[in-house]
Design a binder for this molecule. Structure first.
Ligand code: F6R
Length: 655
């Protein structure tokens, strides 16, 4: 019984998919299908076997199942479950174990018999792993096979923990986790060094034997892998692509995760837009022209009728009459993103003939100077991601506030704290009692390379980052009184994993918004942040704005999202491009250098060995080159932003 209706398949897609406006709606729909199956089997007095996944993706799905149990009497008495995987080695009581996850999100809240839930055991002795895995497969077979398998997709394209290279005939076994997977999990384990290297996982064959498979994916950071799995050929490098061979598989996506699919990204390749219920609006026109310019490796104003025709853009040509007219439309749209006055101009100092501060649109566009609030999830994101723009806003005379949302203490090494302690010891600044403790800590570090556990250290590590942020903000000219260290509590929660936003976090953010009443808000819209903190911080803003909905300042406010160190906006998404001079690039570099504990440190290095200042410079230079290649202007570097009216942001919520 398939309740979820797939979209009509297009020629690029090799597996059916259903796309929802939000992950919440999608999760509810999947839960409805599972509930219908459970009830149908209850009527014929038969059990149902569910294959379950963990991770951030299925949390809302489990919440809906729990709700159905509590409010709509959905019983799990006839349900048998097999989870995909478990970290190895890891005891079931560990807060990060998948057994613990399942208890927290489902098992403890429904009437599922404990003997009916199965997970691979993270505690099995090494010598018994093979036998344990064979027995797991046998248990699945004995239960009648999996009726309904839930999957997420990792950023390596994995299903279960079938990392790149896993063959299609693989069965339940011990695997080594990919470095990217470990990096994604490292936030929950408190650093990569504490993250397991191995896992026990069902194999690709085990998963493909399920009678129905539903893969869920939410968020932009999944979009590239979703596209690879859905549109490209089947490969062991993206094990989710094996679902193309399954007769009853469905990808359930939100808009962001579906965003890289041809039907959304370049729909003109599928035929006239009208036939797809789409139109050549401003955004689509810009996207097609920029796409064409890159395809043809030509500046926008040099594209010819032939270029449009040969690339399948006859339809766009028809709308504009000629390549010349179409080119001008695309060119001006891009040109209008550029401004050196991100906060607008001082009306008293504007000369006739000065370039307009174009992209500002909000009711406060004419206000000068403006109150500006820059939200920096970690203490260095402000200067890494928008340091040049920050300096400009200050220089232009705006009242610039920077709020650091989390303490960032997890990314401070013991060595960095030891250096601060050694200073205190050697400078003789502490009284006798404190000096004795400091000396003992220092000696322990010097002997072992790690500090002994002490309750104070987490807070002190936070201070180190605070001082670095203050020094960096000084380079940018921001007064200390305008720096706000929020230390949102979700970041330091040890008992709630994966970390989740709480009321207190939202209260703190809401209070800050009320205090500053900003005309301009800059926030990290960086959903590729590997350890999830940026996503939660954006969520915190979202909830705080929701609470501010009736406050008059919000009607005048504009919200701009920047990307963090890990990615850049697509060209056609950019609404504001702030060019930087070579001097400004150097000043930004000086500010980033103030974050000494983050320099060439290896807490979250992943596969990119460049330091943050290098990433920032490479990224903003590459963006400037793209503008140049489009034929716009030649700048040293550009920082880019995407506009969100707070009202839209509240409406759509998820990016
Ligand atoms: C979890 C599992 C993994 C996850 C995938 C996505 O049991 O097997 O394949 O589904 O890593 O994880 P999230 O949902 O956290 O992005």
């Amino acid at each position: 019984m398939n309740i979820l209706t797939p979209l009509v398949r297009c020629s690029f897609e090799h597996v059916p998919l259903a796309v929802f406006a939000s992950s919440a709606a999608a999760s509810r729909a999947v839960a409805r299908e599972v509930a219908a199956l459970i009830r149908q089997r209850q009527q014929v007095r038969r059990p149902v076997v569910l294959g379950l996944a963990t991770g951030s993706t299925p949390i809302a799905f489990y919440a809906e199942l729990v709700r159905l149990h509590r409010e709509e009497k959905l019983s799990f008495a006839n349900v048998i479950t097999f989870n995909l995987d478990e970290y190895y080695p890891l005891p079931p009581e560990h807060v990060q174990s998948y057994r613990h996850f399942m208890r927290t999100h489902l098992f403890d809240h429904v009437d599922l018999a404990p003997e009916h839930s199965h997970l691979p055991a993270g505690t099995v002795a090494q010598a018994e792993i093979d036998a344990h895995c064979r027995a797991y497969e046998e248990q699945i077979r004995a239960a009648g096979g999996i009726d309904f398998q839930i999957l997420g997709i990792g950023r390596t394209g994995h299903i279960g923990f079938n990392e790149p290279g896993s063959p299609p005939h693989s069965r339940t076994r011990l695997v080594t986790l990919d470095p990217l997977t470990r990096r994604d999990a490292s936030g929950d384990f408190g650093g990569e060094e504490h993250t397991p290297r191995y896992a026990l996982t069902m194999g690709v064959r085990t998963i493909l034997e399920a009678r129905r498979v539903v893969l869920m994916a939410w968020g932009q950071h999944k979009a590239a892998m979703v596209r690879a799995a859905v549109e490209q050929e089947i490969t062991t490098q993206v094990t989710a692509s094996f679902l193309q061979q399954h007769e009853n598989a469905l990808f359930v996506l939100d808009h962001a995760a579906a965003g890289a699919l041809t039907r959304f990204r370049t729909p003109w390749l599928l035929g006239p837009l009208e036939d797809q219920g789409l139109a050549w609006d401003e955004k689509m026109t810009r996207r097609a022209i920029l796409w064409l310019s890159r395809q043809r490796k030509k500046a926008v104003l040099k594209l010819t009728d032939d270029d449009y025709n040969e690339a399948g853009l006859q339809d766009l040509l028809r709308v504009h009459g000629s390549a010349y007219e179409a080119n001008r439309t695309g060119f001006y749209q891009m040109q209008h993103t550029i401004t050196g006055w991100p906060g607008g101009r001082d009306p008293h100092r504007t000369q006739p003939g000065d370039a307009p501060a174009r992209p500002l649109r909000g009711a406060s566009a004419g206000v000068f100077p403006k109150r500006v609030l820059i939200l920096s999830p970690h203490p260095d994101d402000d200067v890494i991601s928008m340091g040049g723009t920050l300096c400009r806003l200050v220089e232009h005379g705006h009242e610039v506030h920077v709020a650091y949302q989390v303490s960032g203490s997890n990314a401070v090494s013991d060595e960095a704290l030891w250096r601060a302690l050694v200073f205190l010891r050697d400078a003789g600044l502490a009284d006798a009692v404190a000096a004795a403790r400091i000396t003992a800590w220092c000696s322990a570090y010097e002997a072992t390379g790690v500090l002994p556990p002490a309750a104070e250290f987490k807070r002190w590590k936070g201070f180190i980052r605070r001082h670095e942020a203050t020094a960096a903000a000084r380079v940018c000219g921001v007064a200390p009184g305008r720096l706000h260290f929020l230390d949102l509590p979700f970041y330091d929660a040890v008992t709630v994993r994966p970390r989740r936003l709480g009321d207190e976090d939202v209260d703190i953010m809401h209070r800050l918004l009320g205090e500053v009443r900003p005309h301009l808000i800059y926030a990290a819209g960086d959903l590729d942040d590997p350890h999830g903190t940026h996503r939660i911080c954006l969520h915190a803003l979202h909830e705080a704005l929701r609470r501010s909905a009736r406050e008059p300042w919000l009607a005048e406010a504009e919200l701009w999202l920047y990307r963090g160190a890990w990615a850049e906006w697509e060209l056609d998404e950019i609404d504001l491009a702030v060019p930087l001079s070579p001097q400004e690039v150097l000043r930004r570099r000086r500010a980033i250098f103030r974050h000494e504990t983050q320099k060439d440190q290896a807490l979250f290095p992943g596969d990119d060995r460049r330091e943050f200042w290098q990433r920032t410079e490479d990224r903003s230079r590459r963006l400037a080159e793209s503008y140049n290649t489009l034929g716009l202007a030649e700048y040293e570097a550009i920082e880019a932003f995407k506009r969100y009216s707070p009202a839209d942001f509240l409406l759509h919520g998820q990016l």
